[in-house]
Design a binder for this molecule. Structure first.
Ligand code: AVI
Length: 331
């Protein structure tokens, strides 16, 4: 009997189950088997998840997006001077590109813009917007998962490469993963490379809990949509109403975590396996690490960068940090 058949037997179902060879499903099953159940954060972003995330960014409680945008607007000339003339701009996980448009419009003689995204529809939307706002700027869309090695050597020539990574997405990685990513960004931009990084700063637990459990309930829908996605894409049988969204601040790790909490004892089936939930047991779906500017600078220095510029809002909620490639590197 094949593994798949065995799994179907275990589930007691005649319905065909997806092959366990699906990398997403294998990871989901592994993550749900851990003592602290979890699910891969990237799965939050299907079409509906991305739409809900854009709505989160507009809520009054989620200060991140508007604070970052205000810092960018306040400091555009200085930020453009830091980038220098003739830059080729790379943006991993490009999204709707609203902040990028403002940056690109302020740069002196930008050579090209390379948005990177795993989702071709995002790149398509980006192309449409950019062709309206900056019709003369060459666009080099790259369809790739930026957390994995991608072929940056093939990008066109420029005076220098500027990597733009706004939104504090860096905070969604464990610190050691964040450092590995920053190292990869350094390699992608080379010896004359520069980077502008959006970093969400440490603040009160109450503010963070409000931002990650907004009063309009959009973040809750965003988190629960992950279960809807598993039901649709992996024939799972999560009873969505039997789970609730919770945001928990871990003050030792300085991170706000999103969880889905089981409202009652229950069993859930997915991929031919059955998972038991105790009442109150949670699935950890996302961590958002909050940094001090010095802490992020240290992480980046260990990845081959040197900290150069720091722009913050008056309340020091958020920082845009400018880095350049370290002159001296360990052999
Ligand atoms: C995409 N990322 C930076 C967001 C954050 O703040 O960690 C995702 C998010 N999760 C809940 N609200 C927003």
């Amino acid at each position: 009997m094949s593994d798949d058949e065995e799994l179907q037997m275990e589930a007691g179902s005649a319905a065909p189950v997806e092959s366990i060879d699906s990398p997403d499903l294998a990871e989901i099953l592994r993550d749900l088997s851990r003592p602290q159940k979890r699910l891969p954060t990237r799965l939050l972003y299907d079409e509906e998840g991305s739409r809900l995330f854009e709505r989160i960014c507009e809520t009054g409680d989620y200060y991140v997006t508007r604070t970052e945008l205000s810092i960018l607007r306040e400091n555009l000339p200085d930020i453009a001077a830091f980038a220098g003339p003739g830059a080729g701009v790379i943006e991993p996980g490009a999204g709707c590109g609203c902040k990028t448009r403002e940056l690109l419009s302020a740069l002196e003689d930008p050579r090209w813009y390379a948005p990177l995204d795993i989702d071709p529809s995002v790149l398509w939307r980006c192309r449409q917007t950019m062709s309206q706002v900056l019709p003369r700027l060459p666009l080099v869309p790259v369809c790739a998962d930026f957390t994995r090695p991608w072929r940056y050597a093939r990008l066109p020539l420029a005076e220098r490469r500027l990597l733009f990574f706004p939104g504090s997405t860096i905070g969604n990685f464990e610190p050691h993963e964040a450092q590995a990513l920053l190292r990869q960004f350094q390699q992608a931009t080379g010896a004359s490379g520069r980077m502008i990084l959006g970093v969400d700063l440490r603040k009160s637990a109450a503010t963070l809990r409000r931002a990650y459990d907004d009063s309009e309930g959009i973040t809750a829908r965003f988190n629960l949509n992950l279960l809807v996605r598993l039901n649709r894409e992996h024939a799972a049988d999560f009873d969505i109403a039997a789970f609730e969204h919770v945001a928990v601040y871990d003050k030792t790790r300085h991170r706000i975590e999103m969880h889905l909490r089981s409202r009652r004892e229950q069993q859930v089936r997915i991929g031919g396996r059955s998972f038991r939930f105790a009442a109150g047991e949670t699935i950890h779906t996302e961590s958002s690490h909050k940094y001090l500017p010095d802490g992020m600078a240290q992480l980046a220095v260990g990845a081959g960068w040197q900290a150069w510029k720091l722009w913050m809002d008056p309340q020091r909620r958020f920082a845009l940090m400018g880095f350049e490639a370290a002159r001296w590197r360990q052999p």
